[in-house]
Design a protein around this ligand. Structure first.
Ligand SMILES: [Ca+2]
Ligand SMILES: [Ca+2]
Length: 83
């Protein structure tokens, strides 16, 4: 399991748990990486696959083609702060 980066992200334990649960739900094969395919399936195909791919690319900071829990957390934390 990844080390808890919540202090650095400024999230409460509650927010962190919710984000982790959401990540686990999207990560269908449980390998700790969200691919565009997994996110697209999670969204029930209601958006264009190209759009989902763009979202994954934007969140994929290390450029390995998928979103790790750390990348997902960083992105969600930014969203929460921006809200
Ligand atoms: Ca996965
Ligand atoms: Ca990545």
């Amino acid at each position: 399991m990844v080390r808890c980066p919540n202090a650095a992200l400024g999230l409460s334990q509650d927010q962190l748990d919710k984000i982790k649960a959401e990540f686990a739900e999207i990560d269908e094969d449980g390998d700790g990486q969200i691919t565009a395919e997994e996110l697209w399936k999670y969204l029930d195909g209601i958006v264009d696959f190209d759009d989902v791919e763009a979202v994954v690319k934007a969140q994929d900071k290390d450029g390995d083609g998928s979103v790790s829990l750390e990348e997902f957390l960083a992105n969600e934390a930014a969203n929460i702060k921006a809200a």
